[in-house]
Design a protein around this ligand. Structure first.
Ligand code: GAL
Length: 633
């Protein structure tokens, strides 16, 4: 695999006279890929059924003649205004029944059959025209599914499709009533047509109803994507990609990814730190211009799994963005660091967003690699450094990490549906575990919940995994490494009921959760020896060994041999102790890294990243501020 860089470009935004120069500068910078087209529908089909592909032909000619490989986006995230005249009911409605109107992007409901056909139509035209064109190196379908909170829609189209989906799933209304426990509060239905979307109820709707709606909504994204994937595949052999986002959990990315060849994601470290992370003010100040030291790595590992080993960063922040509450500029060195970190986690391509900053529209203060006046912006020099450096990197390893963390989108929906404690958030819990593993210097693989084989992993964590599917259950039984479950693992059936036998009910674990407690912020259950459990605490009945106890002597971490259960949500000190114990039992070496220092082992190389604003020692070396050190392993 060759590593490469790229850039996102919007030829339709610029006078055609600029294209040749732009393409020449991209090529001179050493960029390999250029992604185009993903928002260009109004220029490709200015009026219904009146197409204009000539400008796109010319743009592809110019870019390809400069030696660039084109990633062609399908424009379905931005239906033109005329589309609404054709399909006045195609908009998604929010949970209060209000339309999410035209005037920005992603203004469509995934369930609207008419809009889906319009997408099939425009994508068929594109695929017929460019499918055999070898200058098209890959296709990007749509743009950032789920971004701007766009998966759940409460439209008439969604309601009708939900009813059909339920009938297919449950077969009979009696089966649905039983599965959902509708006897509770006299919620029984007589026909599928009586079932509404879970909105505007007096108090909380039945969680089984909400979970069914969440699964349905996720399936609608999969179906929507599949229409385009099938069309393109029937005309093209180029790989299919989607660009996912950071901490978007509203649909099952593994399920969408199964229809594609490569996963990619859009990495905006400073925007994410500012708006998508729970962290202290101090932490956010410390990493203001660098981003969180674990957030990008987590998503690289996640999307490597979604892409079954293949992932790109389709959009890499090159300077300040426009969309977070506050938008600082990266420290010099960070664009390079973020890029190299992606490669260290196995990325094939890092593509910068965007070529030239746009002086109009919503993103006027979003940096590009060049400024609106066409001078180089600071990100360009760093991108050029990356181009030079990746040429000399040894090949990435393909061997799995020693540690795995199971990640499951349905668990995120489950704990959102009925958190039981206001701040119980699945991502936050899993990410806390990920951070603790990384603080200990470990490299991690993320696994989907239907993983059938855990052999090869010395340590596997599955915090908060609401339902353990049968294949994973069998894999746990057969695993040779240490398996650490809890808190809240296997705590619900697929229909969101409390299972009997009571949780965790996992092979090799003789522990039972008899009662759960959620705790308000700033209240915790201290552990003897240091650290504590907060947010969540489970009472265990167990005959198995106590590895950690509360100060009162009740079990907090239990297990024997290689099956362990954690009865609460550890703070960072407790998580460090737990990881140290588990790693020791698993025969893994750990170390204690400074806050901004992180490691990723990749093939024969260890990458050491310093997210700190000051140089940091690592072993006998020094990692420069906002810098990267490569060591032989
Ligand atoms: C991404 C999106 C891009 C652009 C960018 C700005 O979410 O895919 O089109 O809006 O954010 O940071």
């Amino acid at each position: 695999m060759n590593r490469a860089t790229g850039v996102c470009y919007y030829p339709e935004h610029w006078p055609e006279e600029l294209w040749v120069e732009d393409a020449a500068r991209m090529a001179a910078a050493g960029l390999t890929y250029v992604r185009i087209g993903e928002f260009a529908w109004s220029r490709l089909e200015p009026q219904p059924d009146v197409f204009d592909f000539d400008w796109l032909d010319r743009a592809i000619d110019v870019l390809a003649s400069a030696g660039l490989k084109v990633v062609l986006g399908t424009p379905t995230a931005t239906p033109p205004r005329w589309m609404l005249d054709r399909h006045s009911d195609m908009l998604a409605l929010d949970g209060e029944g209000r339309p999410r109107s035209f005037g920005s992007r992603r203004h469509y409901c995934f369930s609207h059959a008419g809009y889906r056909e319009e997408c099939r139509r425009i994508v068929t035209s594109l695929a017929e025209r460019y499918g055999a064109d070898t200058r098209i190196a890959a296709w990007q379908i749509d743009n950032e599914y789920g971004c701007h909170d766009t998966v759940l829609s409460y439209s008439d189209a969604a309601r009708a499709a939900f009813r059909t989906w339920l009938a297919d799933c449950y077969g009979s209304i009696d089966a649905l009533n039983r599965a959902w426990g509708n006897v509770f509060w006299s919620m029984d239905y007589a026909t599928f047509d009586q079932i509404d979307l879970p909105m505007l109820t007096v108090t909380e709707p039945n969680p089984a109803h909400v979970m069914a709606f969440r699964r349905f909504s996720s399936d609608q994204v999969v179906r929507f994507n599949r229409v385009q994937a099938d069309v393109i595949r029937s005309h093209s052999h180029a790989p299919l990609i989607h660009n996912y986002m950071g901490r978007v959990l509203s649909f099952d990315h593994f399920a969408v990814g199964a229809d594609l060849d490569i996963a990619s994601w859009d990495s905006y470290p400073l925007g994410f730190l500012s708006e998508r992370l729970e962290a202290s003010d101090d932490w956010k100040r410390t990493f203001l211009r660098q981003g969180d030291p674990d957030f990008q790595a987590f998503h690289h590992d996640l999307y490597r799994a979604v892409g079954r080993g293949r992932f790109w960063v389709m959009e890499q922040q090159p300077g300040p963005v426009n969309w977070a509450p506050f938008n600082p500029a990266p420290l010099p060195g960070m664009v390079r660091l973020w890029s190299l970190e992606a490669f260290a986690h196995g990325a094939e391509v890092v593509s910068y967003f965007r070529w030239r900053q746009a002086p109009f529209g919503q993103e006027q203060h979003h940096a590009g690699l060049v400024r609106p006046d066409n001078d180089a912006a600071p990100g360009l020099a760093e991108a050029c450094m990356v181009v030079d450096e990746i040429a000399d990197l040894p090949p990435p390893g393909t061997e799995p990490a020693s540690v795995a963390l199971v990640f499951d989108y349905a668990s995120a929906w489950a704990w959102e549906t009925q958190p039981q404690g206001a701040d119980f958030d699945y991502f936050r819990l899993v990410f806390a575990a990920y951070r603790a593993l990384r603080r200990a210097g470990l490299s991690i693989d993320i696994l989907p919940p239907d993983t059938a084989d855990l052999s090869g992993y010395r340590l596997v964590l599955m915090p908060g995994l609401a339902t353990v599917p049968p294949v994973l259950r069998a894999a746990i039984g057969a695993a040779e490494g240490v398996v650490l479950a809890g808190p809240r693992t296997n705590a619900k059936t697929t229909e969101f009921a409390v299972p009997v036998p009571l949780p965790p009910d996992l092979p090799g674990l003789s522990a039972t959760v008899t009662q759960v407690e959620s705790l308000p912020p700033n209240v915790d259950v201290p552990l003897s020896g240091g650290g504590g459990l907060g947010h969540w605490f489970e009472h265990l009945e167990t005959t198995t060994g106590h590895l950690l106890t509360t100060e009162e002597g009740t079990p907090a971490l239990v297990g024997e041999d290689r099956r362990w259960y954690l009865a609460g949500w550890p703070d960072s000190k407790a998580f460090d102790r737990i990881v140290a114990l588990a790693a020791k039992a698993a025969g893994l070496e750990t170390e204690r890294l400074a806050d901004g220092v992180r490691i990723r082992d990749c093939g024969s190389v260890r990458f050491v990243f310093n997210y700190g604003a000051d140089a940091q020692p690592y072993r006998n070396e020094t990692v420069p501020a906002a810098g990267v050190l490569l060591m032989a392993r």
